[in-house]
Design a protein around this ligand. Structure first.
Ligand code: NAP
Length: 464
Protein backbone atom coordinates (compact mmCIF):
# COMPACT_ATOMS: atom_id res chain seq x y z
CA UNK A 1 0.00 0.00 0.00
CA UNK A 2 1.32 3.42 -0.94
CA UNK A 3 1.95 5.73 2.01
CA UNK A 4 2.17 8.72 -0.32
CA UNK A 5 -0.29 11.30 0.95
CA UNK A 6 -3.11 12.36 -1.29
CA UNK A 7 -3.54 9.07 -3.14
CA UNK A 8 -6.80 7.07 -3.21
CA UNK A 9 -5.02 4.48 -0.98
CA UNK A 10 -3.96 7.10 1.55
CA UNK A 11 -6.05 10.24 1.06
CA UNK A 12 -5.00 13.46 2.69
CA UNK A 13 -6.98 13.68 5.94
CA UNK A 14 -8.17 17.18 6.75
CA UNK A 15 -10.03 18.34 9.86
CA UNK A 16 -11.97 21.59 9.61
CA UNK A 17 -12.84 23.16 12.97
CA UNK A 18 -15.97 25.26 12.46
CA UNK A 19 -18.74 24.71 9.91
CA UNK A 20 -19.45 28.31 8.94
CA UNK A 21 -18.94 29.89 5.51
CA UNK A 22 -15.13 29.99 5.74
CA UNK A 23 -14.97 26.29 6.64
CA UNK A 24 -17.32 25.30 3.83
CA UNK A 25 -15.40 27.38 1.27
CA UNK A 26 -12.17 25.68 2.39
CA UNK A 27 -13.86 22.30 1.82
CA UNK A 28 -15.06 23.50 -1.58
CA UNK A 29 -11.53 24.45 -2.64
CA UNK A 30 -10.20 21.08 -1.49
CA UNK A 31 -12.95 19.15 -3.27
CA UNK A 32 -12.60 21.14 -6.48
CA UNK A 33 -8.97 20.25 -7.12
CA UNK A 34 -8.26 16.92 -8.75
CA UNK A 35 -4.59 16.29 -7.93
CA UNK A 36 -4.82 15.21 -4.32
CA UNK A 37 -7.33 12.71 -2.95
CA UNK A 38 -8.65 13.94 0.38
CA UNK A 39 -11.09 13.18 3.18
CA UNK A 40 -12.59 16.01 5.14
CA UNK A 41 -14.13 15.96 8.61
CA UNK A 42 -15.93 18.99 10.05
CA UNK A 43 -16.09 19.59 13.80
CA UNK A 44 -18.66 22.13 14.93
CA UNK A 45 -19.58 23.25 18.45
CA UNK A 46 -23.31 23.62 17.85
CA UNK A 47 -25.36 20.77 16.39
CA UNK A 48 -26.41 23.16 13.60
CA UNK A 49 -24.01 24.09 10.76
CA UNK A 50 -23.61 27.35 8.73
CA UNK A 51 -22.13 29.62 11.45
CA UNK A 52 -22.96 33.27 10.84
CA UNK A 53 -25.29 32.45 7.95
CA UNK A 54 -27.66 31.00 10.54
CA UNK A 55 -26.66 33.02 13.60
CA UNK A 56 -25.40 36.33 12.19
CA UNK A 57 -27.15 37.27 8.94
CA UNK A 58 -30.23 39.33 9.78
CA UNK A 59 -33.56 37.47 9.50
CA UNK A 60 -34.90 40.08 7.04
CA UNK A 61 -31.99 39.24 4.69
CA UNK A 62 -33.26 35.77 3.79
CA UNK A 63 -31.86 35.78 0.25
CA UNK A 64 -28.29 35.79 1.63
CA UNK A 65 -29.11 32.57 3.49
CA UNK A 66 -29.66 30.66 0.25
CA UNK A 67 -25.87 30.03 0.10
CA UNK A 68 -26.53 27.12 2.45
CA UNK A 69 -27.63 25.12 -0.60
CA UNK A 70 -24.01 25.17 -1.78
CA UNK A 71 -22.84 24.07 1.69
CA UNK A 72 -25.34 21.20 1.73
CA UNK A 73 -23.99 19.92 -1.60
CA UNK A 74 -20.44 19.99 -0.26
CA UNK A 75 -21.46 18.18 2.92
CA UNK A 76 -23.14 15.47 0.84
CA UNK A 77 -19.85 14.45 -0.86
CA UNK A 78 -18.81 10.86 -0.03
CA UNK A 79 -15.48 11.99 1.39
CA UNK A 80 -16.94 14.61 3.75
CA UNK A 81 -18.22 13.95 7.27
CA UNK A 82 -19.84 16.31 9.74
CA UNK A 83 -19.46 16.04 13.51
CA UNK A 84 -21.75 18.62 15.09
CA UNK A 85 -22.26 19.16 18.82
CA UNK A 86 -18.53 18.61 19.29
CA UNK A 87 -16.55 21.23 21.21
CA UNK A 88 -12.91 21.60 20.27
CA UNK A 89 -10.77 21.56 23.42
CA UNK A 90 -13.32 19.50 25.36
CA UNK A 91 -14.82 16.69 23.24
CA UNK A 92 -12.00 16.61 20.75
CA UNK A 93 -8.56 17.93 21.62
CA UNK A 94 -5.83 19.57 19.62
CA UNK A 95 -3.65 16.47 20.09
CA UNK A 96 -6.48 14.18 18.85
CA UNK A 97 -6.67 16.13 15.62
CA UNK A 98 -2.87 16.17 15.28
CA UNK A 99 -2.88 12.39 15.67
CA UNK A 100 -5.67 11.64 13.22
CA UNK A 101 -5.34 14.32 10.55
CA UNK A 102 -2.55 15.40 8.23
CA UNK A 103 -3.84 18.94 8.12
CA UNK A 104 -6.11 21.01 10.36
CA UNK A 105 -7.99 24.13 9.28
CA UNK A 106 -9.31 26.52 11.92
CA UNK A 107 -12.48 28.19 10.65
CA UNK A 108 -13.82 29.36 13.99
CA UNK A 109 -14.68 32.97 13.13
CA UNK A 110 -14.65 35.63 15.84
CA UNK A 111 -16.76 34.54 18.80
CA UNK A 112 -16.46 37.60 21.00
CA UNK A 113 -16.63 41.37 20.70
CA UNK A 114 -14.58 44.51 21.27
CA UNK A 115 -15.32 46.79 24.21
CA UNK A 116 -15.55 50.58 24.19
CA UNK A 117 -13.49 50.89 27.37
CA UNK A 118 -15.67 53.54 29.02
CA UNK A 119 -17.17 53.77 32.54
CA UNK A 120 -20.60 52.18 32.96
CA UNK A 121 -20.14 49.84 30.00
CA UNK A 122 -21.17 46.82 32.09
CA UNK A 123 -24.42 48.26 33.45
CA UNK A 124 -27.57 46.28 32.80
CA UNK A 125 -28.93 47.34 29.41
CA UNK A 126 -25.46 47.88 27.93
CA UNK A 127 -24.30 45.00 25.78
CA UNK A 128 -22.50 44.09 22.58
CA UNK A 129 -24.58 44.12 19.42
CA UNK A 130 -23.07 40.71 18.61
CA UNK A 131 -25.01 38.98 21.41
CA UNK A 132 -28.17 40.91 20.56
CA UNK A 133 -27.76 39.52 17.02
CA UNK A 134 -27.32 36.03 18.50
CA UNK A 135 -30.48 36.56 20.57
CA UNK A 136 -32.78 37.49 17.68
CA UNK A 137 -31.24 34.80 15.49
CA UNK A 138 -31.91 32.06 18.06
CA UNK A 139 -28.29 31.24 18.94
CA UNK A 140 -28.60 28.81 21.90
CA UNK A 141 -25.95 30.74 23.90
CA UNK A 142 -27.99 33.95 23.84
CA UNK A 143 -31.62 32.88 23.60
CA UNK A 144 -32.15 33.48 27.33
CA UNK A 145 -30.69 37.01 27.41
CA UNK A 146 -32.96 39.26 29.43
CA UNK A 147 -33.62 41.78 26.66
CA UNK A 148 -35.74 44.64 27.96
CA UNK A 149 -37.27 46.83 25.28
CA UNK A 150 -39.53 48.79 27.62
CA UNK A 151 -37.58 52.02 26.95
CA UNK A 152 -38.32 54.50 24.18
CA UNK A 153 -34.76 55.18 23.04
CA UNK A 154 -31.84 52.84 22.27
CA UNK A 155 -28.31 53.95 21.36
CA UNK A 156 -26.23 51.96 18.91
CA UNK A 157 -22.51 52.72 18.84
CA UNK A 158 -20.68 52.12 15.56
CA UNK A 159 -21.20 52.72 11.88
CA UNK A 160 -20.73 49.24 10.44
CA UNK A 161 -23.25 46.87 8.87
CA UNK A 162 -23.84 45.10 12.19
CA UNK A 163 -24.93 48.44 13.68
CA UNK A 164 -27.25 48.84 10.67
CA UNK A 165 -28.71 45.35 11.20
CA UNK A 166 -29.51 45.82 14.90
CA UNK A 167 -30.92 49.31 14.31
CA UNK A 168 -33.18 48.06 11.53
CA UNK A 169 -34.44 45.11 13.58
CA UNK A 170 -35.25 47.42 16.52
CA UNK A 171 -37.47 49.73 14.43
CA UNK A 172 -38.92 47.20 11.98
CA UNK A 173 -42.59 46.31 12.04
CA UNK A 174 -42.67 43.03 14.02
CA UNK A 175 -45.36 41.71 11.66
CA UNK A 176 -42.86 42.00 8.79
CA UNK A 177 -40.26 40.17 10.90
CA UNK A 178 -42.87 37.52 11.68
CA UNK A 179 -42.56 36.40 8.03
CA UNK A 180 -38.88 35.55 8.53
CA UNK A 181 -36.96 32.96 10.55
CA UNK A 182 -36.39 35.36 13.47
CA UNK A 183 -36.41 33.47 16.78
CA UNK A 184 -39.87 33.26 18.33
CA UNK A 185 -38.67 34.53 21.74
CA UNK A 186 -37.27 37.67 20.05
CA UNK A 187 -40.42 38.23 18.04
CA UNK A 188 -42.47 38.14 21.22
CA UNK A 189 -40.26 40.79 22.89
CA UNK A 190 -40.17 42.94 19.73
CA UNK A 191 -43.98 42.82 19.47
CA UNK A 192 -44.18 44.31 22.98
CA UNK A 193 -41.32 46.77 22.34
CA UNK A 194 -41.74 50.40 23.39
CA UNK A 195 -38.69 51.51 21.42
CA UNK A 196 -39.55 54.46 19.20
CA UNK A 197 -36.11 55.87 18.46
CA UNK A 198 -32.71 54.36 17.75
CA UNK A 199 -29.78 56.76 17.73
CA UNK A 200 -26.70 55.55 15.84
CA UNK A 201 -23.42 57.11 16.92
CA UNK A 202 -20.56 57.28 14.40
CA UNK A 203 -17.25 58.39 15.87
CA UNK A 204 -16.10 59.70 12.49
CA UNK A 205 -17.96 61.50 9.71
CA UNK A 206 -20.43 60.25 7.09
CA UNK A 207 -17.61 59.89 4.53
CA UNK A 208 -15.81 57.41 6.83
CA UNK A 209 -18.81 55.21 7.69
CA UNK A 210 -18.19 51.46 7.30
CA UNK A 211 -21.77 50.59 6.31
CA UNK A 212 -22.54 49.90 2.67
CA UNK A 213 -25.05 51.41 0.23
CA UNK A 214 -27.78 48.71 0.19
CA UNK A 215 -28.01 48.77 4.01
CA UNK A 216 -28.34 52.56 4.08
CA UNK A 217 -30.94 52.46 1.29
CA UNK A 218 -32.98 49.94 3.29
CA UNK A 219 -33.29 52.45 6.16
CA UNK A 220 -35.20 54.80 3.87
CA UNK A 221 -37.55 52.01 2.79
CA UNK A 222 -38.71 50.88 6.24
CA UNK A 223 -42.44 51.51 6.62
CA UNK A 224 -43.33 53.78 9.55
CA UNK A 225 -39.75 54.92 10.08
CA UNK A 226 -38.16 58.36 9.61
CA UNK A 227 -34.41 58.61 9.05
CA UNK A 228 -33.14 61.77 10.70
CA UNK A 229 -29.77 63.26 9.76
CA UNK A 230 -28.60 66.72 10.76
CA UNK A 231 -27.60 68.63 7.58
CA UNK A 232 -24.75 70.20 9.58
CA UNK A 233 -23.16 66.72 9.92
CA UNK A 234 -23.03 66.52 6.13
CA UNK A 235 -20.92 69.63 5.69
CA UNK A 236 -17.70 67.79 5.08
CA UNK A 237 -14.18 68.97 5.86
CA UNK A 238 -12.02 69.37 2.72
CA UNK A 239 -10.13 66.05 3.19
CA UNK A 240 -13.37 64.06 3.61
CA UNK A 241 -14.90 65.81 0.60
CA UNK A 242 -11.80 64.99 -1.49
CA UNK A 243 -11.89 61.33 -0.36
CA UNK A 244 -15.29 60.86 -2.03
CA UNK A 245 -13.71 61.03 -5.48
CA UNK A 246 -11.77 57.83 -4.68
CA UNK A 247 -14.47 55.98 -2.75
CA UNK A 248 -17.71 55.29 -4.65
CA UNK A 249 -19.41 53.62 -1.66
CA UNK A 250 -18.73 56.60 0.59
CA UNK A 251 -19.85 59.05 -2.13
CA UNK A 252 -23.14 57.18 -2.56
CA UNK A 253 -23.61 56.99 1.22
CA UNK A 254 -23.16 60.75 1.54
CA UNK A 255 -25.58 61.34 -1.35
CA UNK A 256 -28.24 59.16 0.33
CA UNK A 257 -27.65 60.79 3.72
CA UNK A 258 -28.16 64.21 2.09
CA UNK A 259 -31.47 62.99 0.69
CA UNK A 260 -32.53 61.77 4.16
CA UNK A 261 -31.47 65.09 5.70
CA UNK A 262 -33.54 66.96 3.09
CA UNK A 263 -36.58 64.74 3.71
CA UNK A 264 -36.42 65.31 7.49
CA UNK A 265 -39.18 64.15 9.80
CA UNK A 266 -42.55 63.12 8.38
CA UNK A 267 -43.98 62.37 11.84
CA UNK A 268 -43.59 58.59 11.38
CA UNK A 269 -44.13 56.54 14.55
CA UNK A 270 -40.50 55.35 14.73
CA UNK A 271 -37.20 57.08 13.98
CA UNK A 272 -33.60 56.29 13.23
CA UNK A 273 -31.36 59.21 14.15
CA UNK A 274 -27.92 59.05 12.56
CA UNK A 275 -25.34 61.12 14.42
CA UNK A 276 -21.76 61.58 13.27
CA UNK A 277 -18.50 62.76 14.85
CA UNK A 278 -19.55 61.74 18.36
CA UNK A 279 -18.17 59.16 20.83
CA UNK A 280 -19.74 57.83 24.02
CA UNK A 281 -17.52 58.65 27.00
CA UNK A 282 -19.66 57.33 29.87
CA UNK A 283 -22.73 55.17 30.34
CA UNK A 284 -24.76 56.65 33.17
CA UNK A 285 -26.81 54.31 35.33
CA UNK A 286 -29.80 54.55 37.60
CA UNK A 287 -30.58 51.65 39.97
CA UNK A 288 -27.96 49.54 38.16
CA UNK A 289 -29.51 50.05 34.71
CA UNK A 290 -28.56 52.25 31.78
CA UNK A 291 -30.34 55.62 32.02
CA UNK A 292 -28.28 57.87 29.75
CA UNK A 293 -25.05 58.14 27.80
CA UNK A 294 -22.64 61.07 27.85
CA UNK A 295 -21.16 61.70 24.44
CA UNK A 296 -18.35 63.94 23.24
CA UNK A 297 -18.21 65.78 19.97
CA UNK A 298 -15.22 64.78 17.80
CA UNK A 299 -13.24 66.42 15.06
CA UNK A 300 -11.14 64.67 12.47
CA UNK A 301 -7.40 64.91 12.11
CA UNK A 302 -5.08 63.32 9.60
CA UNK A 303 -2.99 60.52 11.09
CA UNK A 304 0.58 59.85 9.85
CA UNK A 305 -0.77 57.04 7.63
CA UNK A 306 -3.02 59.55 5.87
CA UNK A 307 -6.30 58.28 7.38
CA UNK A 308 -8.73 60.62 9.08
CA UNK A 309 -9.08 59.79 12.78
CA UNK A 310 -11.44 61.17 15.47
CA UNK A 311 -10.34 63.35 18.37
CA UNK A 312 -12.50 64.68 21.24
CA UNK A 313 -13.24 68.39 21.33
CA UNK A 314 -14.26 68.68 24.99
CA UNK A 315 -17.84 69.46 24.00
CA UNK A 316 -20.24 67.08 25.75
CA UNK A 317 -23.91 66.19 25.63
CA UNK A 318 -26.07 63.68 27.51
CA UNK A 319 -28.66 61.52 25.77
CA UNK A 320 -31.25 59.64 27.81
CA UNK A 321 -31.78 56.04 26.76
CA UNK A 322 -32.69 52.68 28.26
CA UNK A 323 -30.28 50.51 26.31
CA UNK A 324 -26.94 50.85 24.54
CA UNK A 325 -25.60 48.35 22.03
CA UNK A 326 -21.95 48.62 21.17
CA UNK A 327 -21.30 47.53 17.62
CA UNK A 328 -17.61 48.26 17.38
CA UNK A 329 -16.37 44.98 15.97
CA UNK A 330 -16.19 41.24 16.65
CA UNK A 331 -13.11 39.67 18.23
CA UNK A 332 -11.71 36.13 18.21
CA UNK A 333 -11.24 33.92 21.27
CA UNK A 334 -8.23 31.65 21.83
CA UNK A 335 -8.55 27.91 21.13
CA UNK A 336 -6.82 25.52 23.56
CA UNK A 337 -3.44 24.51 22.15
CA UNK A 338 -3.58 26.90 19.17
CA UNK A 339 -1.54 30.12 18.84
CA UNK A 340 -3.52 33.33 19.36
CA UNK A 341 -2.72 36.99 18.82
CA UNK A 342 -4.31 38.98 21.63
CA UNK A 343 -3.90 42.30 19.84
CA UNK A 344 -5.72 41.33 16.65
CA UNK A 345 -7.97 38.61 18.10
CA UNK A 346 -6.86 36.26 15.33
CA UNK A 347 -4.75 33.12 14.93
CA UNK A 348 -1.30 34.37 13.87
CA UNK A 349 -0.69 33.30 10.30
CA UNK A 350 1.10 34.02 7.08
CA UNK A 351 -1.39 33.83 4.21
CA UNK A 352 -3.29 31.15 6.17
CA UNK A 353 -0.35 29.05 7.45
CA UNK A 354 -0.53 29.17 11.26
CA UNK A 355 2.61 30.72 12.73
CA UNK A 356 4.21 29.83 16.05
CA UNK A 357 4.65 33.24 17.68
CA UNK A 358 7.69 31.99 19.63
CA UNK A 359 9.69 31.05 16.54
CA UNK A 360 7.92 32.95 13.77
CA UNK A 361 7.88 29.64 11.84
CA UNK A 362 4.80 27.91 10.38
CA UNK A 363 3.25 25.19 12.55
CA UNK A 364 3.36 22.19 10.18
CA UNK A 365 -0.09 21.03 9.05
CA UNK A 366 -2.11 23.83 10.69
CA UNK A 367 -4.03 26.49 8.78
CA UNK A 368 -6.63 29.15 9.27
CA UNK A 369 -9.40 30.72 7.15
CA UNK A 370 -12.06 33.44 7.48
CA UNK A 371 -12.36 35.90 10.36
CA UNK A 372 -9.97 33.83 12.52
CA UNK A 373 -7.38 34.49 9.79
CA UNK A 374 -7.95 38.08 8.68
CA UNK A 375 -10.12 39.58 11.43
CA UNK A 376 -13.84 40.42 11.28
CA UNK A 377 -14.19 42.03 7.88
CA UNK A 378 -15.95 41.36 4.60
CA UNK A 379 -19.18 39.71 3.57
CA UNK A 380 -19.96 35.97 3.38
CA UNK A 381 -18.57 35.76 -0.17
CA UNK A 382 -15.23 37.30 0.88
CA UNK A 383 -14.50 33.98 2.57
CA UNK A 384 -14.42 32.10 -0.71
CA UNK A 385 -11.21 33.54 -2.22
CA UNK A 386 -9.78 33.82 1.31
CA UNK A 387 -10.26 30.07 1.93
CA UNK A 388 -9.05 29.17 -1.58
CA UNK A 389 -5.79 31.05 -0.90
CA UNK A 390 -5.20 29.05 2.31
CA UNK A 391 -6.01 25.78 0.53
CA UNK A 392 -3.50 26.60 -2.24
CA UNK A 393 -0.78 26.78 0.45
CA UNK A 394 -2.02 23.56 2.06
CA UNK A 395 -1.69 21.71 -1.23
CA UNK A 396 1.76 23.17 -1.78
CA UNK A 397 2.78 21.80 1.65
CA UNK A 398 1.51 18.24 1.10
CA UNK A 399 4.81 16.78 -0.19
CA UNK A 400 6.59 18.04 2.95
CA UNK A 401 4.10 16.62 5.45
CA UNK A 402 4.69 13.75 7.83
CA UNK A 403 1.52 11.62 7.60
CA UNK A 404 -0.62 11.62 10.75
CA UNK A 405 0.16 8.48 12.80
CA UNK A 406 -3.49 7.70 13.75
CA UNK A 407 -5.88 5.87 11.46
CA UNK A 408 -8.36 8.75 11.23
CA UNK A 409 -11.09 6.81 13.00
CA UNK A 410 -12.24 9.77 15.05
CA UNK A 411 -15.78 8.44 15.18
CA UNK A 412 -14.75 5.58 17.52
CA UNK A 413 -12.83 8.03 19.70
CA UNK A 414 -15.88 10.29 20.04
CA UNK A 415 -18.10 7.29 20.84
CA UNK A 416 -15.64 6.03 23.47
CA UNK A 417 -15.79 9.45 25.08
CA UNK A 418 -19.58 9.41 25.05
CA UNK A 419 -19.84 12.44 22.78
CA UNK A 420 -23.34 12.64 21.28
CA UNK A 421 -22.16 13.92 17.92
CA UNK A 422 -24.54 15.01 15.20
CA UNK A 423 -24.11 13.84 11.60
CA UNK A 424 -25.25 15.84 8.58
CA UNK A 425 -28.15 13.44 8.24
CA UNK A 426 -29.11 14.28 11.84
CA UNK A 427 -28.91 17.98 10.99
CA UNK A 428 -31.23 17.37 8.02
CA UNK A 429 -33.76 15.81 10.43
CA UNK A 430 -33.68 19.00 12.47
CA UNK A 431 -33.71 21.14 9.34
CA UNK A 432 -36.84 19.36 8.08
CA UNK A 433 -38.46 19.81 11.48
CA UNK A 434 -37.74 23.56 11.45
CA UNK A 435 -38.77 24.15 7.85
CA UNK A 436 -42.02 22.20 8.21
CA UNK A 437 -42.92 24.15 11.35
CA UNK A 438 -42.12 27.27 9.32
CA UNK A 439 -44.22 26.19 6.32
CA UNK A 440 -47.25 25.81 8.59
CA UNK A 441 -46.87 29.52 9.48
CA UNK A 442 -45.83 30.79 6.03
CA UNK A 443 -42.23 31.32 7.22
CA UNK A 444 -38.91 29.92 5.93
CA UNK A 445 -38.37 28.07 9.22
CA UNK A 446 -39.13 28.21 12.91
CA UNK A 447 -35.81 27.75 14.67
CA UNK A 448 -35.20 25.40 17.54
CA UNK A 449 -33.05 27.46 19.89
CA UNK A 450 -32.09 25.06 22.69
CA UNK A 451 -29.44 22.38 22.20
CA UNK A 452 -31.31 19.82 24.37
CA UNK A 453 -34.46 20.30 22.26
CA UNK A 454 -32.40 19.98 19.07
CA UNK A 455 -30.96 16.71 20.38
CA UNK A 456 -34.40 15.35 21.30
CA UNK A 457 -35.62 15.94 17.73
CA UNK A 458 -32.46 14.35 16.34
CA UNK A 459 -32.76 11.31 18.65
CA UNK A 460 -36.39 10.85 17.61
CA UNK A 461 -35.28 11.05 13.96
CA UNK A 462 -32.67 8.33 14.52
CA UNK A 463 -35.38 5.98 15.81
CA UNK A 464 -37.41 6.29 12.60
P1 NAP B 1 -17.10 47.07 10.87
O1 NAP B 1 -17.64 47.13 9.50
O2 NAP B 1 -15.63 46.93 11.04
O3 NAP B 1 -17.60 48.37 11.65
C1 NAP B 1 -17.19 48.68 12.94
C2 NAP B 1 -17.64 50.07 13.28
O4 NAP B 1 -17.32 50.31 14.65
C3 NAP B 1 -16.94 51.16 12.48
O5 NAP B 1 -17.87 52.15 12.17
C4 NAP B 1 -15.91 51.69 13.48
O6 NAP B 1 -15.57 53.04 13.29
C5 NAP B 1 -16.69 51.58 14.76
N1 NAP B 1 -15.86 51.61 15.95
C6 NAP B 1 -14.80 50.84 16.27
N2 NAP B 1 -14.34 51.15 17.49
C7 NAP B 1 -15.12 52.15 17.95
C8 NAP B 1 -15.17 52.88 19.14
N3 NAP B 1 -14.30 52.64 20.14
N4 NAP B 1 -16.12 53.84 19.29
C9 NAP B 1 -17.00 54.07 18.30
N5 NAP B 1 -17.03 53.40 17.15
C10 NAP B 1 -16.10 52.44 16.97
O7 NAP B 1 -17.69 45.86 11.72
P2 NAP B 1 -19.14 45.19 11.86
O8 NAP B 1 -20.23 46.16 11.66
O9 NAP B 1 -19.05 44.43 13.13
O10 NAP B 1 -19.19 44.17 10.65
C11 NAP B 1 -18.22 43.13 10.49
C12 NAP B 1 -18.16 42.71 9.03
O11 NAP B 1 -19.34 42.00 8.69
C13 NAP B 1 -18.07 43.90 8.09
O12 NAP B 1 -17.21 43.60 7.03
C14 NAP B 1 -19.48 44.06 7.61
O13 NAP B 1 -19.61 44.69 6.35
C15 NAP B 1 -19.94 42.61 7.56
N6 NAP B 1 -21.41 42.55 7.64
C16 NAP B 1 -22.09 42.64 6.48
C17 NAP B 1 -23.46 42.67 6.50
C18 NAP B 1 -24.22 42.76 5.21
O14 NAP B 1 -23.64 42.52 4.17
N7 NAP B 1 -25.45 43.16 5.24
C19 NAP B 1 -24.15 42.61 7.70
C20 NAP B 1 -23.43 42.55 8.88
C21 NAP B 1 -22.04 42.53 8.84
P3 NAP B 1 -14.19 53.47 12.59
O15 NAP B 1 -14.39 53.26 11.14
O16 NAP B 1 -14.05 54.86 13.01
O17 NAP B 1 -13.12 52.55 13.17
Amino acid sequence: MSERLGTPERPLRVAIVGAGPAGFYAAEALLKQKDIACRIDFFNRLPTPYGLVREGVAPDHQSIKSVTRVYDKLAAAANVRYFGNVTFGRDVLHEDLRRHYDQIIYAVGAQSDRKMGIPGEDLQGSMPATIFVGWYNGHPDYRDLPIDLSCERVLVVGNGNVAMDVTRILVSDPEELAKTDIADHALEVLRASKVREVVMLGRRGPAQAAFTNPELKEFGELPGVDVIVDPADLELDPLSEASLAEDKTAAKNVEMLRAYAARGSTGAPRRIVMRFLVSPVEVIGKDGRVAAVRIERNQLFQAPDGSLRPRGTGVYETIECGMILRSVGYKGVPLPGVPYDQATGTIPNRGGRVIDPATGEPVPGEYVVGWAKRGPSGVIGTNKPDAAATVALMLEDVPLLTPAPGDGDIESLLRERGVDFVSYEDWKTLDTHETSRGAAQGRPRVKVTRVDEMMEIIHAGRQR
